[in-house]
Design a protein around this ligand. Structure first.
Ligand code: DC
Length: 233
C-alpha cells in the first residue's frame, strides 16, 4: 500500500450527497477538497458563452481552453458548493443551475475538455492530501489513490435531495422534470466513451439511500483511518 497516493476519491452520480460528504471528509483529514464537477461546470459556461458548447469545432475548442483561467475557492458560509472564478469572474452561482448541469454533462464528453481538466486535476493532486470528488476520479484521474469510494442511491432519493437543495435557495422545482434530468444525466455520464461514470474495481460502494450524511461520513472516515497508518504520503 505504501506506493499509493495520499488521496481520497469519491465518485458517483449526482445527488448522492457527494459534495457535502467530500467536504466533511476533507475537513476531518485536513486535506484539500477538489470538486472536479465545478471545473466541468465552469468549462461548460465558458464554451457556452463562446458559442462552442456543441463541441464540433475542435481547433476553436482547443484555443478557447488554452486561455482558460480557473480558480476554485472554499464554499461560502452556509453553502456546500465550492466557489469558482472563471477568467477573473465569480461564476459560483451561475454554474449551479439545472441548465448548467446539463451543459457540463454534455461538454464533459468532449475529449479535448477531458484531456485538459484531467491534466489540471492531476497537477493539483501532485502533492497529495486531496479529497477528489467527481465521476472518474478513482478510475482515470487518480487511479493510484489510496482510498476510493463510490456513492450511489436510487434516482428518486437523489431527486428529492436535489429538490430540497434548490428549494432552500428559493428556486421552484418541478419534481417530474428534475427526475427526468437526473436520469438523463446519469445515462449520458455512464454512456460516454471516455472516462464514463463507473465504480473503480477497488472502490468501496456505499448506498447512501437509507443513511444520513453523518453516517456515511463516519463510515468513510473509519475505513480511511484504519488504513491510514499503512499508507505513505
Ligand atoms: O458533480 P457535478 O454535478 O457538479 O458535475 C457536473 C457534470 O460534470 C456531470 O454531469 C458530469 C461532469 N463531470 C465529469 O464528467 N467528470 C467529473 N470528474 C466530474 C463531473
Amino acid at each position: 500500500m505504501s506506493h499509493r497516493q495520499n488521496i481520497v476519491t469519491i465518485d458517483g452520480p449526482s445527488g448522492v450527497g457527494k459534495s457535502t460528504i467530500s467536504r466533511r471528509v476533507a475537513q476531518a483529514l485536513s486535506f484539500t477538497y477538489l470538486d472536479t464537477g465545478a471545473m466541468y461546470r465552469a468549462v461548460g459556461l465558458k464554451l457556452k458563452d463562446a458559442g462552442l458548447a456543441k463541441g464540433d469545432d475542435e481547433s476553436a475548442l482547443r484555443q478557447c481552453l488554452d486561455t482558460i483561467s480557473l480558480d476554485l475557492f472554499p464554499a461560502a458560509e452556509g453553502s456546500d458548493d465550492v466557489g469558482v472564478i472563471l477568467d477573473g469572474r465569480d461564476v459560483s452561482q451561475e454554474i449551479r443551475s439545472p441548465e448548467m448541469s446539463m451543459i457540463a454533462s454534455r461538454v464533459s464528453a468532449l475529449p479535448v475538455v477531458r484531456e485538459k481538466l484531467t491534466h489540471m486535476q492531476q497537477e493539483i493532486g501532485k502533492k497529495g492530501e486531496i479529497v477528489a470528488e467527481g465521476r472518474d476520479t478513482g478510475t482515470v484521474v487518480f487511479p493510484g489513490a489510496a482510498w476510493k469510494f463510490y456513492l450511489d442511491a436510487a434516482p428518486e432519493v437523489r431527486m428529492q435531495r436535489r429538490a430540497k437543495q434548490l428549494r432552500s435557495k428559493g428556486e421552484s422545482v418541478d419534481e417530474e422534470e428534475l427526475l427526468e434530468m437526473i436520469i438523463k444525466r446519469d445515462r449520458d455520464d455512464q454512456a460516454r466513451s471516455i472516462a464514463p461514470l463507473c465504480k473503480a474495481k477497488d472502490a468501496l460502494l456505499i448506498d447512501t439511500g437509507g443513511l444520513t450524511i453523518e453516517e456515511v461520513t463516519a463510515a468513510m472516515l473509519e475505513v480511511i483511518r484504519k488504513e491510514f497508518s499503512r499508507v505513505g504520503s
